[in-house]
Design a protein around this ligand. Structure first.
Ligand SMILES: [Zn+2]
Length: 131
């Protein structure tokens, strides 16, 4: 992917955003590609993460430089959309399972059978979108 230009990466990510917004019936978010807008100090942390979700999915930041493979963009974009449609779901096994479902093209996420065994366990990690 090293030979892709910034514009080619951006085009790829924009198409992904449209695909997942359609699939999940959510508004198309405003895309941010650069940190440090000055509006929010949080943007300054963005250079270290793959993606971030702001204002319940109104804005999504995708770090174009940090990803190594095109499929990593799919994962990050699906990840950020999942924050939009499941805002209270912590990172963890269920979160990762839903990402796989989104990437498979599902539009209604199915609760996996094994979640019944997770009641007493905590799988959450801090919100940093690095996973
Ligand atoms: Zn996240």
């Amino acid at each position: 992917m090293k030979n892709l230009t910034f514009n080619q990466k951006r085009t790829y990510v924009r198409k992904l955003i449209e695909k997942y917004a359609n699939q999940l019936n959510t508004p198309i978010p405003t895309l941010r590609f650069k940190a440090g807008s000055g509006k929010r100090t949080q943007y300054h942390e963005d250079m270290l993460v793959y993606g971030s979700n702001y204002n319940n999915g109104e804005e999504i930041f995708i770090n174009l430089n940090l990803h190594r493979h095109l499929s990593d963009y799919d994962n990050t974009v699906a990840h950020e959309f999942l924050h939009t449609i499941k805002p209270n779901l912590p990172h963890g096994m269920l979160f990762d399972n839903y990402i796989k479902q989104i990437r498979r093209g599902e539009n209604e996420l199915a609760v996996p059978f094994w979640t019944r065994f997770l009641d007493k366990l905590t799988w959450s990690k801090p919100y940093d979108c690095r996973a």
